[in-house]
Design a protein around this ligand. Sequence first.
Ligand code: GCU
Length: 673
Amino acid sequence: RADDGYRLWLKYDLVADAGQRAQYRAAAQHIAFEGKDAVLQTAATELQRGLQGLLGQPVPVLAKAAAGSTKHGILLEIAPPTNVSGSAQTVLESYRIFSRGAQLVVAGGSGAGVIYGVFALLRQVQTGQPLAGLNVSSRPRIQYRLLNHWDNPNGTVERGYAGSSIWKWNELPQRLDPRYTDYARANASIGLNGVAINNVNASARYLTAEYLQKVKALAGVFRPYGIRVYLSVFWAAPKVIGGLKTADPLDPQVKQWWAAKSEEIYQAIPDFGGFLVKANSEGEPGPQDYGRTHADGANMLAAALGTHDGIVMWRAFVYKAGSGDRFKQAYEDFKLLDGQFAPRVLVQVKNGPIDFQAREPFHPLFGAMPKTPLVLEVQLTQEYLGMATHWVYLAPLFKECLDSDTQTKGPGSTVAKVVDGSLDQHRISGIAGVANIGTDRNWTGHPMAQANWYAFGRLAWDYTLTAKAIATEWTKMTLTREPQAVATIVEVMDKSRDIYVRYTTPLGLHHIMGQNIHYGPEPWLADAGRPDWTAVYYHKADSAGLGFDRTAKGSNALALYSPGVQKEWGDAKTTPLNYLLWFHHVGWRQPLPTGRTLWNELVTRYYTGADSVAWMQRRWATVQPKVDAALFADVAARLQIQQREAVWWRDACVLYFQTFSKQPIPKPFVPPT
Ligand code: GCU
């Protein structure tokens, strides 16, 4: 039957190789467990569903006592490990898979650990690995692993390109769309344990008694999968729905309102995760409206949580028109507050200093706030990366940020170690991905964008996995197990993000996309109401050259980084070419290490980038016999759009920048007359 993409990577189709199937069948004759833990029960049900599909035979779920120990089966048990270090929660979420006599045991630190172990076991079968002799143990490196939905009460999704919101507020709490369960399964399968269900540009409505009943219903669906619900809050809610005259965080009535609201939420949702806050950013209200700081606001909310087990994730995405280089503004607002945040507050920082561009240097706040746990926020929805028409695998982008060395505590002080808390010994840690999910049958619009959801979860669990390894897993589980096709698809995925950068914003160009919708090129944009939304503000093309001088001669944003980073990036000669125009205004005729001048290198990248999309098309064509026909056609059609638009980007940018460089297109790219 045609594969409509709904099942994501949880396909559970019959293992094609009969020999392999026989081995799995022999090892998995039943599933056994004991106890009433809800998540453990979910794990058993999912394992049964998966194995029955993959092995094509009934796999009964038995009580542990009834299963006996001589027949080969899979035993699920909750057994907190004794000798694992790490935060209490990550220990609870850890799992081990090993043999004990005839049994294959999946032992979790809690029900959640078991469910993660079960999905790891299923992955093993789905990717064709043996079960015999399996001996693995794993625990998440980061504690709070969340999707952030930018979904609105009216069903729209801010920067969503895959249909409407999957939350049907008009039907909740009475009707629970089965999709909510499949969504929870997908998240649990990749190790995610939290979802902030509404847009950071939040409506106060979610905090009303009426909506809390709906949120409670969703929380009830997610709970058996080890997933907690979080809410984005509208700062001025005490005024809008509370009838107060102020939302000043130091006002006693405001404090009381939030404490009562939080208590009301916990009455309905005892495992409520906490609050996500966008304040004093892009027109949203916040504590600064009352002369208070972000810390005053965040700490008040943390206090409102009382004795409940919740957290506050306070976003650092702030910038204002007319306040100097936007690159520096979040740092300037937040750096000084380090040490002032209450213990349960985490500051949530985007991967880069501007806004989810196709390539950004790591955000200078990483490493600069050692006293504050920082959540890394990345974007799965491809706001600036071709939405749902361009095929861009994002794991390389996430890895590039995680692997960046802040050098704040000497070499090896990577962003990953800041985020997982190990660099500064934080007790709590978090990572958030802005979801790319909507009501499209295949969830993500572009079928290949499912891999970005998948990869985010896998990296949130273990950021040491390689982008290629994750792509390989996903491809085998989702598209095909045929080795040549897997290799081809993984190669395209692995290169896709670099290709996108080449035909849109090579050499460190950024923010030159179409206004408002953030799609297509508009490097000439000079008037957008405020300078920090224009393209010319960022590329600074003139007759001399191109790029934003952020050295001491320019905005000096480089000074926000540690001395080692400053040294490397402060000199155009040692700055990696990928970041060059982020930090330097470079002469058009300046020779680069590639042997070409800046102009020639720029044009070369735009042209080879666009050509590479044709390469992606040719590679994709070769896998046709090995993947589902409808999916093949869907991706092929999207690649056609991508190819046209890569040429659009190339021509728009090259011709526009040529008006400054006044130099010819280098020879290889001039079509023969
Ligand atoms: C981007 C995006 C907005 C979003 C904002 C944020 O600027 O375009 O739609 O609200 O990021 O992260 O808060």
